[in-house]
Design a protein around this ligand. Structure first.
Ligand code: CA
Length: 240
């Protein structure tokens, strides 16, 4: 069965930050969120480089080549960040998260580095498909804190891995898409403020992707909007 994406995306600098260093792309077969960080406020440079490097993936890609294509694009993104920093040492330390999903009809393939997230709403339940590359997630994994303690932890913003022009270990996930699937890609400006049960509630309550994305952004802003917020809501629908 052929499926197509119907998406809506919003991004906002929030109430505290003076710039928006998040960057996103949404197309016919590709969704990307990148959250720039560090290095003399050059996060926006890093997130833009990363998203631009992924855009070539918004085409039909055979199932067997999906992972390879994702991996190569990620390497290109990382290489371009390294080149940029080599040419402009003031940008040293800049980096970006990257969460990208490609849909070729029969499969969806996800690549992830950092603390942006991808969720899949299916059968009325919201599942987080990515695992944060963060210090607090490491503490959760080691059983040192409970998952519900992570959001309020003083070191919650410490990212253990990002695209910074150095070797990274991205994680990859393959999903068999089903009609009616609803995807959410977002930066941590949403998830550090809005608890997962509220996100799930809005994902279930708002049939229209744009209304849903707007509503999630509103919740993050009402929660103080301490960081840049990016939200992509995408429905998988049957037909062309
Ligand atoms: Ca952020």
């Amino acid at each position: 069965m052929t499926l197509h994406l119907r998406w809506a995306a919003v991004t906002d600098q929030g109430h505290v930050r003076s710039t928006n260093q998040d960057c996103f792309y949404a197309g016919e077969r590709l969704l990307v969120v990148a959250d720039g960080m560090g290095g003399m406020a050059a996060g926006d440079v890093a997130s833009r480089i990363a998203v631009d490097a992924m855009v070539s993936l918004d085409v039909a890609i055979d199932n067997e080549h999906q992972m390879d294509a994702l991996h190569k694009a990620l390497e290109v993104a990382n290489g371009r960040i390294a080149e940029k920093v080599a040419g402009e040492p003031a940008l040293q330390g800049m980096g970006t998260t990257l969460t990208a999903v490609i849909f070729s009809g029969e499969r969806a393939a996800l690549a992830h580095v950092g603390d942006s997230r991808a969720y899949l709403l299916r059968d009325g339940r919201l599942n987080q498909l990515t695992k944060d590359d963060t210090y607090v997630q490491m503490l959760v994994d080691q059983g040192l804190i409970r998952p519900e303690e992570a959001a309020g932890h003083p070191r919650r913003a410490v990212v253990t891995q990002a695209l910074q022009g150095e070797p990274v270990s991205p994680s990859y996930v393959i999903v068999e898409p089903e009609p009616g699937d609803r995807w959410l890609l977002c930066s941590d400006g949403l998830t550090t403020v809005v608890p997962p049960e509220h996100i799930e509630g809005e994902m279930l309550a708002q049939p229209d992707p744009q209304t849903c994305a707007d509503r999630l952004l509103d919740l993050a802003l009402q929660g103080g909007g301490p960081d840049n917020i990016t939200v992509i809501v995408a429905d998988l629908l049957p037909g062309d």
